[in-house]
Design a protein around this ligand. Structure first.
Ligand code: BES
Ligand code: ZN
Ligand code: MN
Length: 478
């Protein structure tokens, strides 16, 4: 989507559709006040009204509620509702009159993010229907506001488009988005972005490196696993940020097989990988002054004659042994190797994103992701970043008593305890064994990656984490 900022009067707008917000107790701009439809304009948050001024021909008014409650999240929601309505009106170009607030840049960010995300659809597998042609996509967005918001608008466009690419990866079925597909995407990213390099290891190299977790999970599948490394050299004075994303392109559960109802959704078990991959593209496009090392372990988790079996003992990349008592707790096995590798490659702060546990969905639904961390400062930065971008996180504790649950009987660790206690914390405690002393935050996105239900995320792939990671990177450069 083309995004620009211009100083125009509303009647100079050439877009198909003009959008504006209305705060409680305030009036429409004088030039629109008498237009047909204006009597129906409402200021209640999210309420939509249509006006038909002389020029431009059509105008949407959306209620913004109380002016003092205005923030970037409200702007995202309002813009997404407008973008969806614009689709029904077949508008290919949209102009948004920036509502005055204390923080114009935050509002501009919200409007651009909400428009780009709200206009998203995943329709590449739908055949065209000549009797019901698809409305055009919104091709351009003009913000009517001060020049000072141009940088924020452009950064928001870059991040939201990266988020939409992550949603594409999440939505692609597992017969298309295989581990090799993610590997090819990483190579494509490296070839398109200055400062980005990649290295992709296949099954033999993974075996040669003795990454026993990734090897074990992938051994039941004929799809080649991939250990994808992306580096971005942006320089700066901050720490090298390590990003790790779970890339299970389909999680059947393996021999500990999942129930069939709803299993198709497990194509999204690579949402962490999608967020990490596309966050790297956004950070590179923004030229943020930071060094990144991203590690994505990718595989299918399949039952078969060669699959890992409950009770099997494996040796992780760092030498620790694990009893695999539940083959459906596969994420921790592949992430463990990836975290160790990221530290080896120079990560000084580590964040991993992964669709890890059904338990997080029970605890926090789709509103907050869980964060588990060995470092208060990093956890705080992740929380602040999430509050800024609307990708909320809630911290859960680590404690030696949880750690005790992860101890194995005949190996160092067990990947799943018979007692179903504290499932999300268990997963975090397990991973802590693989990061050494490096400040690390684990973000469990099983609830927030899919079916978030906000107007700008919809009820399927949300792309959660892309903007969060970019915002965190910004905070680590500052
Ligand atoms: N990929 C799943 C977690 C998941 C659940 C993601 C729901 C998205 C939506 C993960 O690999 C898994 O199977 N976790 C198990 C762990 C258990 C076996 C200890 C779970 O949560 O049931
Ligand atoms: Zn999984
Ligand atoms: Mn699983």
């Amino acid at each position: 989507m083309k995004v620009e900022v211009k100083q125009l009067q509303t009647d100079e707008v050439e877009a198909d559709l003009l959008a504006l917000g209305l705060f409680e107790g305030e009036e429409l701009p004088a030039e629109l006040a008498g237009a047909p439809g204006s009597a129906d304009a409402r200021s209640n948050f999210k309420r939509l009204g249509r006006l038909y001024p002389e020029s431009p021909k059509r105008c949407l008014v959306i209620g913004l509620g109380k002016r003092e409650e205005m923030d970037a999240e409200r702007a995202r929601v309002a813009a997404a509702l407008v973008a969806k309505e614009a689709r029904g009106l077949e508008a290919a170009s949209l102009a948004w009159l920036l509502p005055a607030s204390d923080d114009d840049s935050a509002t501009a960010e919200g409007l651009v993010t909400g428009t780009v995300l709200g206009a998203y659809r995943f329709d590449r597998f739908l055949s065209a229907d000549p009797d019901d042609p698809t409305p055009p996509a919104i091709e351009s967005l003009t913000l009517l506001g001060p020049d000072g918001v141009a940088a924020a608008a452009e950064a928001a466009r870059i991040c939201a488009e990266a988020q939409n690419r992550a949603r594409d990866l999440q939505s692609l079925p597992s017969n298309v988005a295989t581990p090799s597909y993610l590997g090819r995407r990483a190579r494509e990213v490296a070839s398109h972005h200055e400062g980005v390099t990649t290295e992709v290891l296949g099954r033999e190299e993974i075996a040669a490196k003795k990454m026993g977790g990734l090897l074990a999970v992938s051994q039941g599948s004929t799809e080649e696993p991939q250990l994808i490394v992306l580096r971005y050299a942006g320089g700066g004075n901050g720490p090298t940020l390590g990003l790790v994303g779970k890339g299970v392109t389909f999680d059947t559960g393996g021999i500990s097989i999942k129930p069939s109802a709803g299993m198709h959704e497990m194509k999204m078990d690579m949402s962490g990988a999608a967020a990490v991959l596309e966050a790297v593209t956004a950070i590179a496009e923004l030229h943020l002054p930071i060094d990144l090392v991203a590690v994505i372990p990718s595989t299918e988790n399949m039952p078969s004659g060669t699959a890992i079996k409950p009770g099997d003992i494996i040796t992780q990349y760092n030498g620790k042994t694990v009893e695999v008592n539940n083959t459906d707790a596969e994420g921790r096995l592949i992430l463990a190797d990836a975290l160790t590798y990221a530290v080896e490659l120079g990560a000084e702060q580590l964040v991993d994103l992964a669709t890890r546990t059904g338990a997080v969905l029970v605890a926090l639904g789709s509103t907050h992701a869980a964060v588990i961390s060995n470092d208060d400062d990093l956890a705080g930065k992740v929380e602040e970043a999430g509050t800024t971008t609307g990708e909320l996180v809630w911290r859960l504790p680590l404690h030696p008593e949880y750690k005790a649950l992860t101890k194995g009987t005949v190996a160092d660790l067990t990947n799943a305890s018979a007692k179903r206690k504290a499932g999300t914390i268990y997963a975090g405690s397990f991973l802590e064994e693989f990061v050494g002393e490096v400040p690390w935050a684990h973000v469990d996105i099983a609830g927030t990656a899919w079916d978030v239900g906000r107007p700008y995320t919809g009820n399927d792939a949300s792309g959660y984490g892309v903007r969060l990671l970019v915002e965190l990177a910004r905070r680590l450069t500052a």
